[in-house]
Design a protein around this ligand. Structure first.
Ligand code: SAM
Length: 242
């Protein structure tokens, strides 16, 4: 089974990311303001997880559809944040071409696949479902900041007592992907995420037919910087043929 179909669909996922519930109001409204769509726009929250960012999108007047692979996340979403929801895989979105005003992809939800083709495919699918002139907001962790953050503990098991699990973070041998292993009770998890450089993000957006409109260096919405914790890209599906 692919790691992302297992790790995110396990009850322990909600424990690991408990702090993200508290972050949601600020994070959601900051990201929604960078999205910059008008009220009434149709937005695909993809992946929506358990829906923590949906209220911030709805507060802007967006008509939100959530999409995710994980039945467990969708089940929780249905209870806590009712609204239109679809179970899907990034690589083949069950939507017509050019039917949405926006795709909102928050919290490092790109780079999960093992091959460049599949990671490109995800962006191509985002581009396909956008209307001409539609917007993608892609919120990623900044690679340099992650490298710095990992450096002091890389390769060592660290006990996270307050969260109740052990964690080991390593770069893959080619240093393209970050492997985050977690052990809790009898369970083991391993996130395996490609962490692109800024240049790679830009090249992949372009290859998917999207035009970069702006890049931000954090939730404050300031300019992109190399050392920022978050790299947030706003890209458009061009309304004219290039
Ligand atoms: C880090 S979480 C982010 C969720 C949400 N954007 C948030 O900020 O809370 C990543 C999500 O991606 C979903 N996911 C992983 N692989 C997927 C795939 N191939 N297709 C669709 N969703 C996927 C997971 O189930 C999980 O809910």
């Amino acid at each position: 089974m692919d790691w992302f179909a297992y790790d995110f669909d396990h009850p322990a996922y909600f424990d690991h990311y408990r702090d993200k519930e508290g972050d949601a109001a600020y994070e959601g409204s900051a990201l929604a303001s960078m999205f910059g769509l008008v009220a009434g726009s149709s937005v695909l929250d993809l992946p929506c997880g358990w829906g923590r960012l949906r209220p911030a999108l709805e507060a802007r007047g967006y008509r939100v559809i959530g999409g995710d692979l994980s039945p467990l996340n969708l089940q929780r979403h249905r209870i806590e944040y009712p609204g239109p929801l679809v179970r899907l895989d990034f690589r083949a979105l069950p939507f017509r071409t050019a039917c949405l005003d926006g795709v909102f992809c928050a919290f490092t939800s790109w780079g999960y696949f093992a091959t460049e083709e599949e990671n490109l495919r995800q962006l191509q699918e985002f581009a396909r479902v956008l209307k001409l002139g539609g917007t993608l907001l892609l919120d990623l962790c900044g690679r340099e900041s992650l490298e710095r953050g990992v450096a002091s503990t890389e390769g060592r098991w660290v006990e996270l007592k307050d969260l109740g699990y052990r964690e080991r973070v390593r770069w893959s041998p080619d240093r393209k992907r970050i492997w985050t292993e977690r052990k809790k009770g009898g369970y083991s998890f391993r996130h395996d995420i490609w962490i692109p450089t800024d240049q790679e993000v830009r090249e992949f957006l372009e290859a998917a037919g999207l035009e970069l409109e702006d890049a931000f260096g954090g939730l404050h919405g300031g300019p992109w910087t190399l050392d920022a914790e978050r790299w947030i890209y706003r890209a458009l599906k061009p309304s004219r043929v290039r």
